[in-house]
Design a protein around this ligand. Structure first.
Ligand code: SF4
Length: 706
């Protein structure tokens, strides 16, 4: 007899609908009709169930008894005692902020919420942040700045297929979210124009009507030039700008400096292509602009996204039916994970932790004194790079993240993690970060617990458990509740030892709803029953009897005056320009069959067969200069470290740029090389461009380097 459960994929923010079927032999994945994926899945989704009974699966806690020693199996009480004793020892010696927490954009809403609460209430530390800071914080900051709210897509995904012109900036959806491609196909079949901005001829760019291929780090100049052309050719929606926005005059003055010939010099994009793109956008009845990591992962990521938001506002797109601006969120719960309190500056409901009214509201829900809540901490990279240093945290608890592989300048971060007095990792496999931990706690996988996720559209979804986790494994929520109890955070007023940290996900979601009520991301009216009945519910949804909001901005923006805000932004060079010692740009990204740090997908045999190892993509002209042939092992060196991988020659990349995927560890870890320059607003690292030298790994005398 088989058993079916209706759920969603464990990986990216598209959160494709799927059915899991347990048969006598195995768990099968079946695609499911859902409004976003409409029956489609990519290879990652199809094979997701392979990890449920994988031989690498952790089913017992692991402890390291001395530095340099081996991890050994331990009981849960022994492991939790070690964690609690370590936390107490560190906090009594160095203060509460000396223990930090690092979360992830793949955690359910309930876990992200519980983790933020655990840090602020049970640990009393200000030091919490998460890997979503590496992923979409620049678009989030730009959205807040312009619109007063950060929801990836302020319209349903289905709007993409009806756009007359669709502009994708730094988004390779054909590899990262394949089921989304059918919207692009439909859009072109209806006669629409698809414009892609990307330094590489990606699988997505190959489908474009028009591909702009700028030098890495120059998207902002391209966006300002598009607005310059729109102004010059009378394509700006003056009525919209006058009625619904503020600050346009300053932006007009700044973009006056981005005449097409100058933008071509800065970016390498021909004037004719800039003009064609501006006209296609400016004359379309329905136009949509989408940005993703390619625009964001820069030391000027917020300003780059802002330049495209300015363009969208000038053309009158946000709030116009079938039109708009949006950001394609990456991680599975990238959207919800940044709304409920695991960010350093944030409380649930997208509230600011330095706002007295927000503190009072959330403290009321948590049953604590508002003054007892810590203030804002520092961002992910700043937190990781402070670990183990004088005045920095001495202990770290990691949930749903693998920073040894995913952090920029990863060699330095790995060293910091190794320097800690206490590193605790909750995971279901021995990730590279778990391998260097003092305590590893085995936790449940996606199909072993209930919870909610918020997809890239702001649609709150249900994930459902197919069954309980295997013996010896706990859910993150149960683990946090147990740790909180051991740290003595028990609600005495209840008189029954009731933990302030419920372990049941539906109970946590009920508390999250109360905590988010009245915030920008208001979930108060969303119930699990409604999610089931309505194919997900879009936030904000303040009232159980009122609708969610699939489309935002039709009647105004959630800013004090109801208007969107233009912000003038200027192009500036990348943080690290090429030079004689490091003469090539490096850009990084993903491949279709791997996901993020690869801790999960590198263990799936079917995915490993397709993408077994890292590679360095380079243009044949560059390869010829270096004396590198296809398949040769090459070394990529930056000021921070080096990486080795086989060369993959392709004419689809600029001759001044090389590309490497970031899913691999060890010698193939490209984040050993990447830059840790941060955006001044979002604190997002500049993963997308740095200066490197490339050479054959075993170069004979006289062979060149570049
Ligand atoms: Fe999963 Fe994303 Fe692939 Fe859909 S596109 S199956 S959500 S990884």
């Amino acid at each position: 007899m088989s058993q079916d459960v209706v759920t969603h994929c464990p990986y990216c923010a598209l959160q494709c609908g799927m059915t899991l079927r347990r048969t006598a032999e195995r768990v099968e994945v079946l695609p499911r009709q859902f409004p976003t994926n409409r029956g489609g899945l990519c290879q990652k989704g199809w094979t997701a169930a392979e990890l449920l009974d994988h031989p690498d699966r952790l089913t017992t806690p692991l402890l390291r008894d001395r530095p340099g020693g081996q991890l050994r199996p331990a009981s849960w009480p022994e492991a939790l005692d070690r964690v609690v004793a370590g936390i107490r020892r560190i906090q009594s010696a160095y203060g509460r902020d000396a223990v930090a927490v690092f979360g992830g954009g793949g955690l359910t809403n309930e876990k992200a919420y519980a983790l933020g609460k655990f840090a602020r209430v049970a640990l009393g530390t200000r030091n919490i942040d998460y890997n979503g800071r590496f992923c979409m914080s620049s678009a989030a900051a730009a959205g807040m700045r312009a619109f007063g709210v950060d929801r990836g897509l302020p319209f349903p995904l289905a709007d993409l297929s009806t756009a007359d012109t669709l502009l994708l900036v730094g988004a390779n959806v054909a590899e990262t979210m394949p089921p989304l491609v059918r919207y692009l196909v439909e859009q072109r079949q209806r006669g629409g124009t698809l414009i892609v901005i990307d330094p590489r001829v990606t699988a997505t760019a190959r489908q474009a009507t028009l591909h702009l291929q700028p030098t890495p780090g120059t998207d902002l100049a391209v966006a300002n030039a598009l607005l310059h052309i729109a102004l010059a050719e009378g394509l700006v929606d003056k009525d919209y700008v006058a009625a619904r926005t503020t600050g346009f005059d300053q932006v007009r003055r700044v973009t006056a400096g981005y005449w097409p010939a100058r933008a071509e010099r800065l970016s390498g994009v021909p004037v004719a292509d800039l003009e064609a793109a501006a006209r296609a956008l400016g004359t379309a009845e329905r136009a949509i602009i989408l940005t993703a990591r390619g625009a964001e992962q820069h030391a000027k990521g917020v300003d780059t996204v802002t330049a495209f938001v300015n363009l969208a506002l000038a053309l009158g797109l946000p709030g116009r039916p079938g039109s708009g601006y949006g950001c394609l969120t990456g991680q599975g719960n990238g959207q919800g994970g940044r709304e409920h309190g695991q960010k350093a500056d944030q409380l649930p409901g997208y509230r600011r932790i330095d706002d007295p009214a927000a503190r009072a509201h959330v403290a009321g829900v948590w049953g604590v004194d508002p003054d007892a809540l810590p203030g804002p901490g520092v961002s992910a990279y700043e937190l990781l790079s402070a670990l183990g240093t004088d005045g920095g945290p001495k202990g770290l608890l990691v949930f749903g993240s693998n920073p040894v592989v995913s952090a920029p300048r990863a060699g330095r971060i790995e060293g910091r993690l190794r320097d800690l007095d206490l590193l605790v990792v909750a995971d279901f496999v021995r990730s590279e970060t778990a391998e260097i931990a003092d305590v590893v706690l085995p936790t449940a996988q996606w199909a072993e617990e209930d919870g909610t996720m918020t997809n890239l559209e702001g649609r709150v979804l249900r994930r459902r458990a197919l069954g309980p986790p295997p013996p010896g494994v706990r859910t993150d929520l149960a683990l946090l509740a147990d740790l909180a109890d051991r740290l003595d955070h028990v609600d005495g007023s209840a008189g029954q030892g009731r933990s302030r940290f419920p372990a049941a996900p539906e109970q946590v979601f009920a508390e999250l709803r109360r905590a988010s009520a009245g915030g920008a991301a208001d979930y108060a009216g969303i119930t699990w029953e409604r999610i089931d009945a309505e194919d997900g519910v879009f936030w904000p949804c303040p009232d159980e009897d009122g609708p969610g909001m699939p489309r935002l901005f039709a009647d105004g923006f959630p800013t004090p005056d109801g208007r969107a805000r233009f912000v003038p932004v200027e192009h500036r060079p990348v943080a690290e320009e090429v030079c004689p010692d490091y003469p090539v740009y490096l850009t990084t990204g993903r491949v279709l069959t791997q996901y993020q740090s690869g801790a999960q997908t590198r263990r799936v045999e079917a995915l490993r067969r397709v993408a077994p190892n890292a590679f360095l993509e380079l243009h044949p002209d560059l390869a010829a200069r270096l004396g590198v042939a296809d398949g040769d092992e090459v070394r990529v060196t930056s000021r921070r470290g080096e990486m080795r991988a086989p060369a993959r020659l392709t004419p689809t990349i600029r001759p001044d740029t090389v590309f490497a995927p970031f899913h691999w560890a060890g010698a193939a870890r490209i984040n050993s090389v990447t830059s840790d320059a941060l955006d001044p607003v979002s604190r997002m690292p500049e993963f997308k461009v740095c200066a490197v030298r490339v050479e054959k790994a075993v170069a004979s005398a006289g062979e060149g380097t570049a």
